[in-house]
Design a protein around this ligand. Sequence first.
Ligand code: NAD
Length: 366
Amino acid sequence: MPITVAALRETAAGERRVAITPEMAKKMHARGWRVMLERDAGASAGFPDGVYADATFGSAAEVCAQADVLACVLPPQDAVFGQLRERATVVGQLRPYGADARLAAMAARGLSAFSLELLPRTTRAQAMDVLSSQAAVAGYRAMLIAAEAAPKFFPMLTTAAGTIRPSRVLVIGAGVAGLQAIATARRLGAQTEGYDVRPETREQVESLGAKFLQVGVSAAGTGGYARELSAEERAAQQQALAEHLKVFDVVVSTAAVPGRPAPKILTAAMVQGMKPGALIVDLAAESGGNCELTRPGERVEHGGVTIIGPLNLPAGAPLHASEMYARNVFNFLELLVKNDALAPDYDDELVAKSCLTRDGTAQFTG
Ligand code: NAD
């Protein structure tokens, strides 16, 4: 009996991605797995049912009743866990922090659940790294939102009506999303600078043809991540940045510290010092925002400066975001399946660190 890998239509507000694309369904089929999807699961990502050559379709209840593995982009409604077969496996971005009811619902059904955001950022995990694949989409989309909302062109234009100077763009936080935002601003022709507290990002920013903004605060942490700044460091950063900010037309902020609320980097006073017509796109809005004026999901005007706090940016480019996400999921599932059966090796750190519940027993401690 082949294992059945399944996906439902995502139900989170505004979500358009799908966890299994036609290309990955084909690969799964080639492995001897059966693929089952809820009708229209991929439609909003640009994959109508007809383009899945290697899948069968049914209602959500039918899919749940037959799935050995449910792959999802974001957590489904808790009721879905009760519809799954006992001891089924769930894989996705399951947002476990502060989600006690969700964890209890999964445990009550005896499920094994793996949350891909918890994978360690090691070389071996790169092919399954949903944080990186989706952050790349978010960085690209954030810069397009900025370009669309800005009252200026990004590139320099020489026309009969005069010469337009390029916009000056600053990207705060040069991780995966920030570097993609920088690359996008450069492609659009803006005069682009990047800033991060990790010194090694200087070379990465410069390799994209952007300038590295020196602020004089360095905070490299462990595992390639930044650490949280002390109060003195934060004050020094804000003082130095406030001066620099006066020249920029667009700021895209992407700064994050794993497991912590987003660092507050841009104060109201700093925003007041910016040019009228300037624009901030705060990609950290989902985890509280890098700007203290950001309201998640909203657009705020403050003294002539616009602050946009977009949510779930990867859902705005659902076809490519799904393609990358589904590939991450497939690569992770290959870890779980041995000889055509689900057999997770809990001694493997990728399996152990991403595991929330194992046959219904809680493994996640927050
Ligand atoms: P992230 O989303 O956690 O943070 C985004 C950026 O914000 C980081 O570059 C961080 O240094 C920066 N930041 C944090 N606090 C700041 C502050 N107060 N001021 C300015 N900047 C601040 O990070 P991410 O993009 O997920 O990844 C960060 C790094 O992790 C990557 O650039 C890479 O080096 C490493 N990584 C490694 C792998 C791998 O080897 N498999 C995969 C992904 C990422």
